[in-house]
Design a protein around this ligand. Sequence first.
Ligand SMILES: Cc1ncc(COP(=O)(O)O)c(C=O)c1O
Length: 651
Amino acid sequence: MTAHPRDALKAWFLGPQAENAELLERLVVESLRDHVFWRRNYHPEDGVAIREIDKRQEGYEEAVGALTQGLMGLLAELKRDVPFFSGRYKGHMIGEQTLASQIGYFATMLYNPNNIALEISPVTTRLELEVAEQLARMIGYDPARHWGHLTSGGTIANFEALWLARGVRYLPVAAAGAAADLGLGLWVRLPTGGTAPLAELPLWELLNITNEMALDLWDRLWQSAPRADVRQALANHSLAAIGYQEYSRRLALDYGDPLPAGVVLVAATAHYSWEKIARALGIGSNQLLHVPVDGRFRMDPDALWDQVRGLAHRRQPILALVSVCGSTEESAVDRLDQVLQVRARAETDLGTTFHLHSDACYGGYAAAVLRRADGTRRSAVEIRELAGGDWPSDDWAQAIGALSQADSVTVDPHKMGYVPYAAGAILVRDGRARHLVATDPPYLSPVDRAETGTEQFLGRYILEGSKPGASAASVWLSHKVIPPDERGYGYLVERTVAGARRLHAALTAADLSPFRVITLPLPDINIVCYLLCHPSLTTLGAVNEFNERVYARLSLARSDQAPEYIVTRTRLRSPAYDGAIGPILDSLGVASLEEWKTSGTDGLVVLRSTVMDPFLAAESPASDHIGGLLGALRRAGAAALAPEEGFTRRS
Ligand SMILES: Cc1ncc(COP(=O)(O)O)c(C=O)c1O
């Protein structure tokens, strides 16, 4: 490493007051001029389609007028948009975008490549695969085995992860049927050790083959018979071809063993999109089972073990387990290392296994903290010594380091990668899994696998169709300037963690009398949750209503105000948060655990501030946004309590 990233950070963003405006303008103009140059030199002999004389026609001038006027209107409207760039924005998981990503997007947008296929994105498909490889290295995947690509966001990336996971889980069933049709005798290794002939396995055991063994089986099947025959045999037996309705009927008939419906275990903190995904995949949201969290909002490994054991005893297949790295509400990082231990124990002791996915859509870039430029891993002690603080803990480093062992990981560049929407990413540890969802369209089929590089024909393996090459270029250029390791994103994440810890300490110590601030535990990354309380508020309902009002004053929810600071809020509900709520209720002192449990959907309203501002923990910040937020909270509290608001304190 040469220069310290501390100085480079100042060149990474446009800046809250557009301090780097000249730089951005120069690069925008450069990109535009270069594009114009490209067009003018592309077959100049073709001649012009729009002549100077055409530009003097009334219709032309009217169209230019409409464009200019329309743009002015749009620019005026956009001033009512959300000031994500400002230190006053402490709301959702979005901050400023990196200059590199903005320029990368702008420059490429002029070319408008479509990353569905190489023939309409010869440059940016390559960039997309490079980016996926960089992210895979960041989390510690073996670049030779992994596969990954960008998506429009976390929801789609997670959808694909579960789509693949389910494909792998049911693969041995399809392989057993296909092998029987083809007259092949295949053997498979069981999670408990030992091997068995595929044809003799009962349904329960077929659904509990490890991912690696299932994919080996896949390879062997293709090697054992002509491709067309294998394709047909698999289509006769795969869930993807047959669909749930017929498939369940067939399994019951073929195996005489109608197993209960397969479930997906998710951390109680999982993003709500998992419910959408379970519904869309036909798994059903009733099959989504929540694993309780501990006092730090992390999946409780003991509770997980109990759940897995219970399911194994009922012989209920687990399609996948979704652990979270950076929960949406609190940025909690599950102890993935311990979750992996639970799975290993389930395999040996219970003969049950499942796909392990980490939803690191928010927290994935935290893995850059652990990564050196040469790809090796830094230890927590080393990081603490260098930064001179008590963060990160050894446990944190182990949990983040364990991402390399998850079967799939989703990471959103459009969250902590600070790039424009839409940019999510899915990474799969064993890239062979992608073949399970491959589809070939007639009009985009590559002529020859070896010559055209099918592997770069993304549309074949992904859920989405047309997709912006500009997004890939945007992430690629951002990674070029801010590498996904300790020199770049690692430093950026560290800064935001420092900012969040400073904010947490200030809120915990704040004297906002007559109000009291109750902080939730120190976050694992950079989302700080807290609530305000006042002696006159004596019920959970009253505290909730009051905090809703504080939030309304510090958000863009009300159109009649320009809030001093912007925060967001969420609701912690029972039973998902039962494991974490005790100490918070104790500090609050208005409701018992039992009352909370019966509060139903009301739960507890907490204010939530995502700290993506890299300057909040600066040595001498231009503005004291921590003091500013505290003052704004006190004023919002006083206004929220005012009688003219019709506030009912004992509601
Ligand atoms: C942990 C987590 N997973 C998934 C998502 C969904 O991401 P997206 O909004 O990009 O679809 C979010 C969004 O906040 C999230 O926090």
